[in-house]
Design a protein around this ligand. Structure first.
Ligand code: DGY
Length: 316
């Protein structure tokens, strides 16, 4: 029986597909590094999540049996692809199945940040609500505004579809033109600076790469409107968190909605003190249905490689 490692407890929908293996499942919480390295030894396949760093040291600990690392995520910035390539280890991810759910989360944050949901709820729960107020908790309208989407891939397009339902006009920034999005949503492609200057809402949907690290920093935040709302459901390090905390505190922008952070689960202390940011703990894809699909997809990828087949979702 081939030995595999599942680094976190995952939905049964995925586990059911792994019954032919001798499987070690680590805990529900992210494993300590030593535990992870110890458990990887001798595994032919690893099904992991974005909380595990799969790097040279990991491959060394796993040893020569390792054939596949199946990430239960669409993003794979936690995996050193070059190290995997040098050892002939196939890396897979879970694209496509989480687009709509992540777009829902994006819109939830966009609306919540604009209409001050967190602040409003804190007022009610804190017993500080005295009466309806003509000037109480005002925020910008969402409908009819301009939405700037950074990264017009599958998730960006799912967000654009929702935005069209709100009568929003779509601007986008992407390395290449996206004629389908231009046709379907009337989306207009701009360079990053122009998008930041002209958007009322800005939503980030780009993977984390050396090029996108701190793509949004102090300079970019200063280009945004003082009424702008920034939403990030991609990867934390795409935004310079310290610069964002300052821009929000100084009211350079109106508000932000964040699902992802530079050093998860740590959140920049400056952000925690602010009322004008909505903070959720990386739950972009956290629906029952989507997590089942992600678990199943990761398991199918792992199984295919260990059966000597091409996996459905190899990375690159
Ligand atoms: C991903 O898949 O990359 C998300 O961040 C977690 O669902």
């Amino acid at each position: 029986m081939k030995k595999i490692l599942v680094t976190r407890e995952i939905p049964d929908a995925g586990m059911e597909l792994l019954q032919e293996f001798e499987t070690t499942v680590l805990s529900e919480e992210p494993p300590a590094r030593e535990e992870l390295l110890g458990a990887a030894e001798g595994a032919s396949g690893v099904l992991c999540t974005l909380t595990e760093q799969i790097d040279e040291e990991f491959f060394e600990a796993a040893g020569d049996n390792l054939k596949v690392v199946a990430n239960m995520a669409v993003g794979y910035d936690n995996i050193d692809l070059e190290a995997a390539g040098r050892r002939g280890v196939v890396v897979t991810n879970t694209p496509g199945v989480l687009d709509e759910t992540t777009a829902d989360t994006t819109f939830m944050l966009l609306l919540a940040a604009a209409r001050r949901l967190g602040e409003a709820e804190r007022i009610v729960r804190g017993g500080r609500w005295k009466a309806w107020g003509p000037k109480m908790l005002l925020g910008p309208d969402v409908w009819g505004k301009r939405l700037g989407i950074i990264g017009m891939g599958r998730i960006g397009r799912a967000v654009a579809r929702r935005a069209r339902g709100f009568g929003m006009r779509i601007l986008y920034h992407s390395r290449s033109a996206k004629p389908h999005a231009e046709k379907e949503f009337g989306a207009i492609r701009l360079d990053l600076d122009q998008l930041l200057i002209h958007s009322d809402f800005i939503s980030i949907h780009t993977p984390l790469t050396p090029e996108t690290h701190h793509l949004i920093g102090e300079r970019e935040l200063k280009l945004m409107k003082s009424t702008a709302v920034l939403v990030n459901t991609s990867r934390g390090p795409v935004v310079d968190e310290a610069a964002l905390a300052k821009a929000l505190a100084d009211r350079h922008i109106f508000a932000a909605g964040l699902d992802v952070y530079e050093e998860e689960p740590k959140v920049h202390p400056g952000l925690l003190e602010l009322e004008n940011v909505v903070l959720v703990p990386h739950i972009g894809s956290a629906s029952f249905e989507t997590r089942d699909k992600m678990a199943r997809m990761a398991a199918e990828n792992l199984r295919a490689v260990l059966a000597g087949e091409r996996p459905p979702n190899p990375v690159r």
